[in-house]
Design a protein around this ligand. Structure first.
Ligand code: SF4
Length: 401
């Protein structure tokens, strides 16, 4: 069990169990409909004297039609909408409070939560730079639909102390609820008027990939993350195969994930070919060394076309040398895992004492993996000028120009 001590605004020292669901950390309005499951909505309908199918109508309105007020749920009788309002219910989905546009089309948002805190969400048109999330990216450019990736946060801050990550400097403020995780996605879909399936019109549906790689460690907030995932699949209508969750290697989380009947794809933020280097840049390795990580990953059964993704942030002179590439090849080949590697060129951030690798080094590292027949992709940095790139999320309110 993991605990975190935090000093509250009132100056009290509070102990959080990181495995506890967010509701127990005292967040979120009690009458927010957004984030509720179908069962919860059915119960509300019955409690207010309506047939249970009204719950399904609210569910569809919240997630499929993405209604932003009770008044907009025109499938419900006026009297029921009034009863919901009188009982204190409102949609109360997270909203975009601020946005920052990059020259490359990327947009970064500060999404405001009910308690006034904010998290970061990023919209990346035409993918996230690796061109290989999801199943059918090869169809992308010439099709009449838009394709984009949304990077979603799972916590306010993060308790994992990855040394190369800007978000780590915040520490963990709190977990997000399922509604706050799924609500980042609907807020961004609404902003861009995205069509998912045919729910919102007659046009061609857009192709949206989700990556849970924003602020936070999703597997430290496992239950809320998985609840959000289910809302996004069953409610919003985004296929599970278009979602990827990234973990720093929380072994109990991976074990639980392996038992899920429906799950997103899995990425592991590996970043080192051995425990010595990994411990230096990811102290969590002391708790779960690479061998334990690999053992847990072997229990995740993959569909025929699926691969695990190892993310590898290249840090000059730390983990980017040819011997590291060779060691990484041995590690992946020796593990027997069907995996690909996303190479991420480290993005410089204030207060972080690392250097960016040279383009030649990055190319040589990728070539070494490919020569060993390990699929390896280089993730183009996105939204660098607005602090939207990987490891840069810390609710910065400026842009670089
Ligand atoms: S890289 Fe991810 S897990 Fe590590 S500190 Fe940053 S947000 Fe947390």
């Amino acid at each position: 069990m993991m605990f975190l001590m935090r000093l509250t605004a009132a100056g009290n020292l509070v102990q959080f169990d990181l495995a506890e669901p967010a509701q127990q950390l005292g967040v979120g309005p009690s009458r927010a409909l957004f984030g509720m499951s179908l069962d919860e909505l059915n119960t509300i309908a019955l409690d207010l004297g309506e047939p249970a199918y009204r719950g399904q109508q609210i569910f569809d309105a919240l997630y499929r039609q993405r209604a932003d007020s009770l008044d907009a749920i025109t499938t419900l009788p006026l009297s029921f909408r009034a009863a919901l309002e009188a009982a204190g219910y409102s949609i109360a989905a997270p909203r975009i409070a601020q946005s920052f546009q990059s020259k490359d089309g990327t947009e970064r948002y500060l999404v405001e939560l009910a308690d006034g805190r904010t998290v970061e969400t990023v919209w990346m048109p035409e993918g996230d730079g690796t061109e290989e999330w999801g199943e059918d990216e090869e169809q992308s450019a010439s099709k009449p639909y838009r394709r984009a990736t949304i990077c979603v946060s799972s916590q306010v801050g993060c308790a994992v102390r990855c040394q190369f990550c800007f978000t780590a400097r915040m520490g963990l403020e709190r977990h997000l609820t399922a509604g706050e995780i799924a609500g980042q996605v609907t807020a961004v879909l609404n902003r861009h008027d995205v069509e998912i399936g045919s729910a919102r019109g007659q046009g061609n549906p857009d192709r949206i990939n989700l990556v849970f790689m924003g602020m936070g460690e999703p597997f430290h907030n496992y239950d809320n993350f998985m609840d959000a995932f289910r809302l996004l699949v069953d409610g919003v209508g985004i296929p599970a195969s278009r979602m990827t969750v990234s973990t720093s290697g929380i072994v109990p989380g991976i074990e639980a994930f392996a038992r899920e009947p429906l799950r997103p794809r899995l990425a592991i933020s590996l970043n080192a070919p051995n425990d010595d280097i990994r411990e230096r840049i990811m102290p969590i390795t002391r708790k779960w060394p690479i061998a334990e990580l690999v053992k847990a990953l072997k229990a995740v059964s993959l569909s025929p076309r699926e691969r695990l993704t190892f993310e590898y942030v290249l840090l000059a002179k730390v983990n980017d040398q040819m011997q590291h590439a060779e060691e990484l090849v041995s590690l992946i080949k020796g593990s027997g895992l069907r995996a690909k590697v996303n190479l991420i060129v480290w993005n410089p951030g204030p207060e972080l004492d690392f250097a960016m690798p040279s383009p030649d080094t990055v190319a040589a590292f990728q070539a070494a993996l490919r020569a060993a027949e390990i699929p390896a992709y280089i993730r183009r940095p996105r939204g660098l000028d607005i602090f939207a790139a990987c490891g840069q999320l810390k609710r910065t309110v400026e842009s670089s120009d």
